[in-house]
Design a protein around this ligand. Structure first.
Ligand code: SF4
Ligand code: SF4
Length: 58
């Protein structure tokens, strides 16, 4: 499954953006991360990188 950010838990640190090998994650105007599901290759890197546990692949 593509990664999904729970915006309520995202701290806006940006770590997931640099952790993604295919640049599928961007920071939005609200300061929260968002995954482009069409670009995501389901690698799981961002899930383990997020210090807030805000990203899941369910
Ligand atoms: S790593 Fe987690 S807390 Fe940081 S921007 Fe990404 S989703 Fe938000
Ligand atoms: S699961 Fe991998 S490819 Fe998908 S958004 Fe996270 S780091 Fe990028």
């Amino acid at each position: 499954m593509p990664a999904k950010v729970d915006k309520d838990n995202c701290a806006g640190c940006g770590s997931c953006v640099s952790a993604c090998p295919v640049e599928a994650i961007k920071m939005e105007d609200d300061g929260k991360a968002k995954v482009d599901a069409d670009t995501c290759i389901d690698c799981g890197s961002c899930v383990s990188t997020c210090p807030a546990g805000a990203i899941s692949q369910e």
